[in-house]
Design a protein around this ligand. Sequence first.
Ligand SMILES: C[S@@+](CC[C@H](N)C(=O)[O-])C[C@H]1O[C@@H](n2cnc3c(N)ncnc32)[C@H](O)[C@@H]1O
Length: 258
Amino acid sequence: MNSKQSHTPVGWDPVADWYDGWVGPHGSHHHRKLAIPAVMSLLEPRPEVQILDVGCGQGVLAPHIADSGAVYTGVDISPKMIAAARRHHPSRGRFLRGDARHLNRVSALRPHHFDAAVFLLSIEDINPLEEVIASAAWALRPAGALVILMRHPCFRVPRQSGWGHDEGRKLRYRRVDSYLTPLSVPMKAYEHSRSGTTISFHRPLNQYVNALAAHGFAVDYLDELVTYEQGQNRAERRANEEFPLFLVLRARSIDPKG
Ligand SMILES: C[S@@+](CC[C@H](N)C(=O)[O-])C[C@H]1O[C@@H](n2cnc3c(N)ncnc32)[C@H](O)[C@@H]1O
């Protein structure tokens, strides 16, 4: 596996029907109970503010942004995901087909137009990271906010992490087999969508922070989110409270005028 290997130019098209069926128009439990509230509180949407949702999928965030009065634009490389977003949320914003790495090639977008951009569980599916962050910087106005919610890269490494049970200590522990090596991991076929595969990119945390800094962003907030699930016994409850499975951060592009 090699982090430079690029993935299909249609993103999640091969699994779009499965994903849309699983997540639905309003998001999975994790979207609704954890991910959407976390990004909404960092985006701080207000009327008229322009928000760009990068890797928007079938647009689960659109109604939340629209309800706040802010103006929603979603971009995704998958034609099927964009079609589903338009079907589910016809009057909640605009949905554009485009590559997150080259937002400047999306004819409907203008440079430095957006007050905020968000990657909701999408940045781990897009490579290379440097191009993605540079592209977001192109879309944001000076001092604009970039909000990223992703699987926690320190505790969730595709195929390289998981739960373990220590019978002697009656503990549930988190096992991480590798971390510093960036990975490009084909995700196994999904139920009911056996033909489809997507590629997930693991990067250590330093790559995210350093790519943001290299493109003029400074992190002003970071949180590590545990699951909303309670756990079925003491060991599970303790592990669920102790290990964050998601990371959310906000970075601001530094305004050259100060
Ligand atoms: C896990 S899905 C998340 C979708 C949505 N944000 C959500 O939370 O439901 C990842 C999305 O990233 C999109 N994607 C992958 N590569 C992309 C790229 N280069 N440009 C834009 N979107 C991309 C996929 O098509 C897919 O819809």
